[in-house]
Design a protein around this ligand. Structure first.
Ligand code: SF4
Length: 200
């Protein structure tokens, strides 16, 4: 699986303290996307098992509420994502799952989405259902800079926040906030919602 970055603990990508997996690769090309470095399908290929082991460690270290998949476009690596979600659910049954996807629910339901490994449409439908069945929430739809939004988790008004389980309600999703992390080695990472404008 191609991974852009993993943030072991974040409070702005869904309810509670969550690990955020930013996958590498997205060909949707939303104008003014603020994570363009995550678009190319290149970089180090990680085994799903290795990613899972790292997430289990983060869970134990930070007492995580859940994991959020972001990107890049998580559904464009749906085979690996489905395997990762299944493995995590089995290892950590209480973990919550969320996802940011540029696809609409209708596109995913009908299998009209691109996958890096070129699986057929029937398989894409099946993959989406198996992922959806483990998700507690997803933010769905392309980023549209012409429809800015300050609704929790949605940067443009066309996007939908879907709840797929009873774990969360809308009130569990806080206002848009930017989170800046400075590591011991000085590496700075920014995540969340730049409501005052796109820093890119
Ligand atoms: S789907 Fe997300 S990562 Fe892909 S171009 Fe759109 S905003 Fe950027």
């Amino acid at each position: 699986m191609l991974v852009h970055a993993i943030m072991p603990a974040s409070r702005v990508n869904g309810p509670g303290l969550r690990c955020v997996v930013f996958v590498q690769g997205c060909n949707l090309d939303c104008p003014s996307c603020w994570n363009k470095l995550s678009h190319a399908f290149h970089g180090t290929e990680f085994a799903v098992e290795a990613i899972q082991a790292g997430l289990v460690n983060s869970y134990r270290q930070y007492s995580l509420e859940g994991v959020t998949f972001s990107g890049g476009e998580p559904m464009q690596q749906a085979e690996d994502l489905a395997k990762l979600v299944r493995g995590l659910r089995s290892a950590l049954p209480t973990l919550g799952f969320g996802m940011f996807t540029g696809y609409s629910e209708k596109e995913l339901e009908t299998g009209r989405y691109f996958t890096r490994h070129g699986v057929d449409q029937d398989r894409r439908r099946t993959l989406w259902r198996s992922i959806r069945d483990q998700l507690d929430f997803a933010v769905m739809g392309r980023y549209n800079r012409l429809q800015p939004s300050r609704a929790p988790m949605r940067t443009s008004a066309n996007q939908a926040l879907r709840l797929f389980s009873s774990r969360y309600t809308e009130s569990d999703f806080g206002e848009q906030t930017v989170e800046i992390t400075i590591a011991a080695d000085g590496l700075t990472r920014t995540t969340g919602f730049p409501t005052l404008g796109n820093p890119g």
